[in-house]
Design a protein around this ligand. Sequence first.
Ligand SMILES: Nc1ncnc2c1ncn2[C@@H]1O[C@H](COP(=O)(O)OP(=O)(O)OP(=O)(O)O)[C@@H](O)[C@H]1O
Ligand SMILES: [Mg+2]
Length: 238
Amino acid sequence: MLSIQSISSGYGQTLILKDIEISLSSSEYLLITGRNGVGKTTLMRTIMGLNKVMSGKIMFNSVDITFYKPHERALMGLGYVPQGRRLFPYLTVQENLLVSRSTFMNRRSRIFVSFEDMLDFIYGLFPILIKLLKKTAGSLSGGEQQIVAIARALATGPSLILLDEPFEGIQPSIVEDIIRALDGIKKKLMISVILVEHKIQNAWDLVDKVCVIDNGRKVFENYKQNTTMQNVLELISI
Ligand SMILES: Nc1ncnc2c1ncn2[C@@H]1O[C@H](COP(=O)(O)OP(=O)(O)OP(=O)(O)O)[C@@H](O)[C@H]1O
Ligand SMILES: [Mg+2]
C-alpha cells in the first residue's frame, strides 16, 4: 500500500534523507528506529508532504503522491500523529476531534459510514476520552494529549497512520493503553501503522517489521521473526 522509492529529502538545500526505500503492505505495522537526529521525523514529514522530495517517488495505494499536498494525502488516507502532538491547546478535546470531520467526510473509502460511528469506535478504544471531551487540550497531561492526538488522526478514517514517538515523555499506564489500542486497531480495522520509536521495547510486540535509520540512510530492515530486539538495540546504541 505504501512504496517509498529511493527518496531523498531535507530542509531547503540541506539533504537529510538519502536514497530511502521502504515498502509496507496493508495491515502491516512497521517500526522505524534510530538515534537522535538521524532523520526519522524528516521521513515522516516527507511521507506527509510537509518536506519536499528532492528525488525519488512515493506511491500510496498505487497512486504517485510524490507531489501531493499534505491535505490531499490526508484525503487519500494518510493519518499523522506528529512528534510533540501539536494539538490545538485552546480548543476542547471534542473540538480537536471535530477538526478531522471534513477529511473523514470527504474520504472516498471510509471505514465507517458516519463520523459519529467513527468516534464511537475511537471512544471504545480510549474510554478516557469521554471524560476529557469538554476540557481544553492544553490542560491535559502529556499522556492524555497523546491519546487525543492519536484519536484525532484516527478520526480522519485513515488507512495508514504515521506515529512519531508516541510514547515520548508519557506515563507508563498510558503507554500501555496506547499499545492496547494500537493492537485493537490491528485486529479490527485494515489499517497499517508506521511507528517511530526510540525505546523499541515498547513497540516490539506490536510490529511486524523493523527498519533502522542512521545518518539519513536506511541501514537495516527485516521482518521481526528474522531478527531479535537485541540485534536492533545494538544497531541503535552509540
Ligand atoms: N526545520 C529544520 N531545518 C533544518 N534542519 C532541520 C530541521 N529540522 C530538523 N533538521 C535537521 O535534520 C536532521 C534530522 O532531524 P530529524 O528531526 O528528522 O531527526 P529524528 O531522527 O527525528 O531525531 P529525534 O530522535 O531527536 O526525534 C537533524 O540534523 C536536524 O538538525
Ligand atoms: Mg524525531
